[in-house]
Design a protein around this ligand. Structure first.
Ligand code: KG4
Ligand code: ZN
Length: 362
């Protein structure tokens, strides 16, 4: 039996969790505590790094205590401490990693520094027991990536955004239209009453041989359309949101279809390959429906873990720690590891200009 305490502080969620694995049985999430700072950042329309770091300092001890209490475990029952060490906002990373190191030092347990993106990448194994390899689409406020997940520590980034992350595009669109932060859910809500055909927004990168994403041109088109008909009625806002969402679904669908085809070529012998989605944008029904339809067409299983494990949480970090222990890789990023605001998952992909980082939200 392995029990790992996970800590996540890379952006605006302060989170701690205990995950256990006994032999070959299913892993068990013994606790999963997430404190969102959304309200503290809402007035600014986005995450403010200094506010985030301060809020992590104030909340983290209590969140860890709550996660231990919920799990019924004492620190002495824990086998290792896993903490997000990057990528993300460095203030928050320092708070989480240093707290984890303090616990590790005081208890004599090993420390495992975890890449936040690896947490997202391995979640489908925690929730669905998925076997390697599979394809991951990560669409959050800070990242928009397609990753071939081949094994623990074995990731290939096949596509990333060359400018804005998709969640960021939703948030900026919402802000332009006077909708509250976080924008994604509010854009989706407004779009429900809108006409998706009223505005012919661009479908960035559609048809391009280059695998990457781009959303900044779409954002500009939305701004120009809004300015041209301002002041906006509620119906105008709804129509812009619906048209924006339709453009996003088309653009994303085009990119993902390419990646599914590439996955088929790369792993021709797999009977039932899988596409996994992660990140807050995966909550969007229009986007989810599009991805599901694409998967059905291409013969892929569509795996969407429960939303609270798709967005930032510490269970995925604890689980990544367990996976690293299982793969004999727990010592790779240990006690001496320092936080890295930039930390590409595959270690080889060239950084992209912008690379979809709003602050550093993943
Ligand atoms: O994964 P997440 O909770 O946090 C990180 O970025 O790590 O993702 C948050 C992002 C925000 O940009 C938010 O606007 C977007 O996900 N989002 C949505 C929806 N719900 C959240 N975007 C589109 N439709 C939604 N329903
Ligand atoms: Zn994330």
């Amino acid at each position: 039996m392995i029990r790992v305490l996970g800590i996540e502080t890379s952006c605006d969620e302060t989170a701690a969790s205990v995950v256990a694995l006994a032999g070959d049985s299913k892993p068990e999430i013994l606790s999963n505590v997430v404190l969102s700072q959304i309200e503290e950042h809402a007035a600014f329309g986005g995450v403010v790094p200094e506010i985030a770091a301060r809020a992590h300092v104030e909340a983290l001890d209590g969140i860890i205590e709550a996660a231990l209490a919920d799990s019924g475990m004492a620190l002495s029952d824990i086998d290792a401490v896993a903490a997000t060490a990057g990528p993300g906002l460095v203030g928050g990373l320092i708070v989480g990693l240093m707290t984890a190191k303090a616990i590790a030092a005081a208890t004599g347990k090993p420390l495992i520094a975890v890449n936040h993106l690896e947490g997202h990448a391995l979640t489908a194994r925690l929730t669905d027991g998925l076997a390697f390899p599979y394809l991951l689409l990560l669409v959050s406020g800070g990242h928009t990536q397609i990753v071939a997940v081949r094994g623990v520590g074995d990731y290939q980034r096949w596509a990333t955004t060359i400018d804005d992350a998709l969640g960021e595009a939703f948030d900026k669109t919402a802000k332009m239209l006077g909708l509250p932060y976080p924008g994604g859910p509010n854009v989706e809500k407004a779009a429900a009453a809108g006409d998706a055909t009223r505005f012919a927004f661009p479908r960035p990168m559609k048809g391009s041989a280059q695998p990457d994403f781009s959303f900044s041109g779409l954002k500009t088109a939305v701004r120009q359309a809004a300015e041209a008909i301002s002041p906006l009625s509620d119906q105008d806002v709804a129509d812009i949101c619906a048209s924006f969402q339709a453009a996003v679904a088309d653009a994303l669908g085009d990119r993902v279809a390419r990646a599914l085809a590439r996955f088929r070529e790369t792993f021709p012998d797999m009977a039932a390959p899988a596409l996994v989605v992660a990140g807050g944008v995966a909550a969007n029904r229009t986007i989810k429906d599009r991805l599901q339809a694409l998967c059905a067409e291409a013969g892929f299983n569509f795996v969407a873990p429960p939303m609270k494990l798709c967005t930032d949480n510490a269970a995925m970090i604890a689980w990544a720690g367990i996976e690293r222990i299982g793969a004999g890789m727990a010592d790779e990023n240990g006690f001496d590891f320092v936080p890295r605001s930039r930390w590409p998952l595959d270690g080889i992909s060239a950084p992209m200009v912008g690379s979809g980082r709003r602050g550093a939200k993943a």
